[in-house]
Design a protein around this ligand. Structure first.
Ligand code: GLA
Length: 383
């Protein structure tokens, strides 16, 4: 990959790259729409990701090019930036803007990105491009940011520059992930634990619904607001900083305070899903895939019925999985509104599963899904 990209970099800029970096995407095993509610999430980094080849230039400009997109940008080196339309390069531009708050960037840069994460599929292509840029500039310029600062910086890019009020899970997972490990992350304290992702005689499958995620940003922000509204209702009697301070049992004693039916559904999902994460991490640690799988299905059901972020496409994927004997569990992963689902599948059944889910999905939805075996990989690195 590094050599191929170096050739492409040479084609684009007529010089060799000075350095190359990689940051993965992620799947979330369980704990969806929990991070911005201060609870537990359970993601892992995958081997798909974003590569960045770079070289400084003497022209005082930042050139953004991508193997994936035709759109390019050449932006003068300034002391700050604002979002520039809807171009892909806003993600790395937002990172430059953040770094410029702390440091003077001494030269322009020629940048070439390549990603193999399906874009907008819920596998964190945006966190991946943010972190690879932040990590690369930090390493290349010798800036004194630690990895957690880069994670927080990338979240600020997403929230303040891009305008998506997301939590910290994606940036954290793609930066801190490790091969064959899943991360139990407390999104309130940012304490985390890397645990073996022991699937035994099963593999992790990713099924891309290939449904474009229209309206995702506004619907996502709407969910964030609904959770804030739930907190406000509850804080008529409590003094919570976030919804995940309550277990589902505790929540039952106070849920009457939430008088808006939609907001009540959202909050019910959040507290129950948060409880499911601890149970799921325990089940996985014990190698109890039946229990783990059951929690995945329960999570999906809740995202469909209570949080209303699934959709016909993802439901069709999970419905097929539930009918396929070699699947231990399946659910949508990431923000939803389209994007990907994951399934825990018995090894050896990959081809049959892939064929049958493709036929089933095509018949119901009218086009094919993407079906991949996913490996759990490392976080951000120089390569
Ligand atoms: C997106 C956001 C994350 C998280 C998930 C849902 O991936 O970027 O912060 O909220 O959705 O769990």
């Amino acid at each position: 990959m590094k050599d191929d990209l170096a050739i492409k970099f040479f084609d684009a800029y007529k010089k060799q790259p000075a350095a190359t970096f990689f940051t993965p995407g992620r799947v979330n095993l369980i704990g969806e729409h929990i991070d911005y509610n201060g609870g537990l999430v359970f993601p892992c980094a995958i081997t798909l990701g974003t590569w960045l080849c770079m070289s400084p230039n003497d022209d005082n400009v930042i050139r953004f090019k991508s193997v994936n997109f035709e759109q390019e940008a050449e932006i003068p080196l300034q002391t700050s930036y604002v979002k520039d339309g809807k171009g892909w390069y806003n993600y790395p531009l937002g990172v430059f803007n953040e770094i410029l708050k702390d440091f003077k960037i001494p030269s322009g840069f020629d940048l070439l990105y390549y990603g193999n994460i399906p874009i907008g599929s819920g596998l964190s292509s945006s966190a991946s491009i943010e972190i690879v840029t932040a990590y690369a500039l930090t390493e290349f310029l010798g800036l004194n940011y630690d990895l957690l600062s880069l994670v927080k910086m990338a979240k600020r890019v997403e929230n303040d520059f891009i305008g998506l009020n997301s939590g910290i899970m994606d940036q954290f997972a793609v930066a801190f992930g490790e091969k064959d490990k899943a991360i139990v992350l407390n999104c309130d304290t940012l304490d985390y634990q890397l645990v073996d992702c022991e699937l035994g005689d099963h593999v992790l499958m990713i099924i891309n619904s290939n449904k474009p995620r229209g309206l995702a940003e506004s619907k996502y922000n709407e969910r964030v607001e609904e959770c804030a509204a739930a907190l406000k209702f509850l804080n008529q009697e409590l003094s919570l900083n976030n919804l995940c301070e309550l277990t589902a049992d505790q929540f039952a004693s106070y849920s009457h305070l939430i008088t808006d039916a939609t907001v009540l559904k959202r909050a019910t999902h959040v507290v129950e899903e948060n409880d499911r994460v601890s149970l799921a991490a325990k089940a996985l640690g014990e190698g109890n895939l039946a229990e783990f799988g059951g929690l995945m299905y329960a999570s999906h059901q809740s995202l469909k019925e209570l949080y209303e972020v699934s959709g016909k496409e993802l439901d069709t994927v999970v419905e097929f999985c539930a009918s396929y004997p070699e699947v231990a569990g399946a659910r949508m992963t990431g923000a939803g509104f389209g994007g990907c689902a994951i399934a825990i599948l018995k090894k050896g059944a990959e081809d049959d599963f892939s064929k049958k889910i493709t036929a089933y999905y095509e018949e119901k939805i009218g086009y094919a899904p993407g079906v991949y075996v996913s490996e759990i990989g490392n976080g951000a690195s120089a390569i």
